[in-house]
Design a binder for this molecule. Sequence first.
Ligand SMILES: [Zn+2]
Ligand SMILES: [Zn+2]
Length: 1310
Amino acid sequence: MDPRVQDALLTLPGSPGALVAWQKSLVAVAHQQQVFVWDRRGRQVDVIALSGTCNGLCWDEEGDLLAASCERSARVVLWETQTRRPQPIVSGLGEGVSWLGWGPNAILALATAKGNLVLYDHRSGRRMPVLGKHSRQIVSGAWSKAGLLALAAEDKSLSVSTPDGDTLRVVALRAEPSQIKFGRVKTEDKPHGDDTVSVVVGKKTLYMLRVSEGDEPVELAFQPRYGQVAAYEWFGDGYILLGFTAGFLVAVSTHPKEIGHELFQLQPHPSGLKHMAIAADADLAATAGADGQIKLHSLTAGETKRVLNAPGATNLTWSSDGQLISASCTAGIAVFLACLPTVAAADSSRAAILTSLSEVSVTEPNFQEPLSSVRLVVEPSWVAVGPAHVAAGMNNRAWFHRLSLSAEEVATKEYLSRVSCLKLNSRVAAALCAGRVHVHTIEDVAAEAVVPEDESDGRVTAHEITNEALVYGTDVGVLAIFHLQQWRLVQRYRHSCALKIVSTEASGSRVAFLDDHHQVFIFCPLTESVIAVDASPSTEGILWDSWPGEAAFLVTFDSQQASGHVFLRDSVRGSYAEAVASPTKLPNGQRPLWLAGGEMGLHGPDGRLNRIMLEGHAAVLRLPDSLDALLSLRRYKEAWSAAVERPQLKKLAEAALYDMEFEVALRAFRRLKDAGMVRAVEAAAEAEDRFESAGMAALCLGQYDIAEHAFLQSDRPSAALEMRSSLLEWPRALELAASLAPDQVPLLAKQFAQQLEFTGEHAQALAQYERASGQVDCRAGLARCALRCGDVRRGLSLLDETASVDLLRECATILESGRHLPEAASLAERAGLYERAAELHVRLKNWPKVAQLLPRVTAPRVHAQFAKAKEAEGRYAEAVAAYVTAGDPEAAVRLLLEKLRRPEEAVKIVKETRNPEAAKQVARFLRSAGDATSALQLLVWCGCASEAFEFARQAGEMALLGRLLAAEAASDGAAPIAQLLEVARHFEAEQDAFLAGKFLHLAGESQRAVQLLLKAAAVGHKEALEVAVEAAAAAQHEPHLADQVIQFICGDLDGVPKDFSLVLRLYLTRGQLEEAAQVAVLMAEEEQKAGNYRAAHDTLLTAHQQLRARGGSPPEALRSRLALLHSYILARLHVRRGQHLMAARLLSRVAANISKFPAHAVPILTSAVIECGRAGLASTSFRLASMLMRPMHRPHLDPKYKRKIESVVRKGLRDPEAPEPTSPCPHCLQPLPEYELACSRCKNNLPFCIATGKHVVRDDFTLCPHCEFPAIASGFSELLETENVCPMCGAEVETAALSTLEDLSEYLKV
Ligand SMILES: [Zn+2]
Ligand SMILES: [Zn+2]
């Protein structure tokens, strides 16, 4: 608690309950039929004598007039401050004045004990009596600011009158009224004045009546425990504070929605409350308690702030400025200093503050003790502090003290008029007196000036001083800089309206000012530029931060809050100011005095200096790494340390770039490894022109409008054009080019036109192309857009000379989409788009043209369209041709059959195209014409499976279908399996096992096929067995099928052996060569037994050839049997040819194996005997004849030869026959008997000659060109002279076809 205000400042004589009236600096106290007037320092000013005990004491609004009345007297004394002389006046009614009060315009209301009223106009001296206002004594009254007069009387009524005394309202009350007042009800209406009368009724309730609106009155009752209403007052925005006798202090609202709602409630004096009074400007309420204490409470906070000891205190009265409060106490009238006048000043963070009514202390934040403390002879109305001095003053006087502990006075100064504000630098003082600034040196009289010199510059409203200059603003908007070295005005800027506040940055390089329109600006003397600051319209003050930070910083403030703004001189968009963080709320009644590093020094009515941090700076203190907070303050150095992550670096880089802090931006972009940006920012930083530099930086940021603005101000405005061009922003680029580079307009127009054309804005594109005429490609664009816009004639004329196929094509498409088909067709043809042209002509039904184009058209649809057209015209032949070309054989066939009746051509088309639908048509036609085979054939060919099947079924031509399918399968290599199976199923259903089996076999269903075929074969179907063999042979992987078939053929199933040649075929087909050879030999044996030597020979020959053909080697059994059978056949041939020797040799070979010819043993032997006889082989003949004589043959001898044989035997072995001639072994060349087939030397079996039966020889070797059996060439040739067929294979052989061979080895292997 501050000891300076603890005790009473003064104690004035006065009895308890004495009336006290304050103005600002004087207090009137009624005491013993006198009124004493005192000043604030307790000096008596005057004494006014009264005729009785004072019952009314009142100062007028200005504090110039004091009125005093006394009991039971009609006389009132007026006392003027100026003259200090009492002046008696009389009410004129002869009744005692019971209440008096000053209203507006020096009207004094005098109310009487009988309820009458007199209005006294002090200016004119006129009195106006108003009789019968009330019927009894008027006890209380009040004036509203608008001049309404409310009176309350003992007649329990309340009246409201106009300033002229006319009654507006009279209201009857329940009980006796007291303490009538005017107040302003809190409403949501438009602002209104204090038009509500309030009065305490019966000491308990508060009655309220809003006069102007004619509202119903409201009466507030309070809790009984509060006791009676001791005192009440209106305050703030429609609130009422009431003091109750039970010691309570209660604040209530008058807002209709919350009427009677208690804002706060205190009980500061539990032993009882005697009085209460409010000093609204000081935010204070004072209560006097039965406890002998006065307590001071904050109205807004609703809490007690101070306690003063004042025994017996009551009747509290505030001085009009709220600094002093008086109370009637036991000891007299005690005056307390409730709060100090807010007289303070600062320089940087050095503050000069009034610490008592006549003492100034100078403090600095870093020092505990005051730098200086000055005792003054007066209570100053202002103070000032500079680097070396502190000054204080009142009226037109100023005292200057040095800033030191001793604080010696160095000068006093008397100005020509009252000083309202004074500023200091280290050597000069500048005092604002009556609209002009007196500037002079402090400690000597070296220089003195009064500015402005020119009256047209208006009256100075605010000024500021720096080390170099005095800066002032005037009420006509002049902002001037007076240089203190040069001692003259150096700069003068004219603003649009009056200036109210001027604040200069310490260096003087920036001046902020508040104008009459509540707007704040920053003026830069260097560039003479003015930058608007987005400050609140309620701004009352501006402070620059005195801390030398990176960026200039200032706050604008009003009574509630302070807002920080950062000011950037250089950025891509030039200088600008930006609000930082949200506004900082100011403690109640406290006003910023200085600002340093975001910390504000605040000074309030409690006389103390408080310090708070602005929001933006507090955020940095709370979170030192918060990039956003640092960037908002433009603290790039700290921000660099805080930016760690990529997004942070990017943000930092961009913010720095925006503010043209190139070094920081470059560092950040380098760390981001953004080479492109690094290069671009380097270039921007190196640009010599500041605007160009800004433009380039803005471009980097993508802020194109800003960039353009900067470029246009730079030395190279064409950069703006380049930028817009590169952004493809053609309209803007063209605008720029029109002034900056007219020669570029055509090229830009062309580019714009191309863009417009691309986006389909053809009319505009056309206009731009026209602007661009002369540019390359423009003619094409013009042509396209003209065509797009429907100007076909112009478009086509532009195309007259073009050779560009692409352009022609494009334009043809455009024309087509615009439905200009003839022109489109013509262009398409010019562009070589014959197909397109033809199609267009088709759409135009221009058939001659179509026909002309058709040879160059391949697209089927064109031909098809043409064909349709021709068909419609009835020109069927042409239509058919076109349909064929169009790949629509169906239509072609339809016409051929229905219109032209040329089925053979239709068949031809179907055969060529294999088109199923066409095939069906033709098939129907053929069928109706009775040619089922051809019809079916076509269907099969064209793969019309189901149609073919259905047709075959209906026509009973299923077998035919089967054959056709089989043929198809054979020709294609791929069987139409499904159809074959279907056909097979059909026959199976028909119980035709053979055909079913056959088609199953063709469809590859071997097992089932074999089953069915064997079933058919079992009932004697020969072909079935053959097919079964085929099927079994084909089923390579199902050997059991072959076994089944073989078993069947061998009769294993029915005991009836079938044709073995089939078995042979099966073995051969399946590649079972050994088995095949065995079967062949067996078969030949059977044939031989039966005497069918030719058949046996042929069986063996076939087997031999097939084995050879399959790479097999015919076994010896086969070969030797073939040789034997061939010898027999050859023997008969040579017998016929009369070659008896050869026949004899061959027959004797046969005879040696006569057991193998059981059917003809005797005839053969007989022939052999005869032939040997003829050939002169007597001994052989004898030997053979002897054989015939054996009992097994003799009975069978042909009687014809019986004698002959017997004679041979009888003659005996008489003539030895000549030895058999020899020829060399073809292997080892050993001479061997000609007919010997095994070499005695090399043991080889020797091949026999098919013509002679001898063994072959090397030197005379040949082959049958057909069967490739070897022969003795000369012997074969000789044979062919008569026979001309090969005796082995029966094929015709020309002698000339016989060749001799060198290498016989192949043919000697037997
Ligand atoms: Zn040999
Ligand atoms: Zn032959």
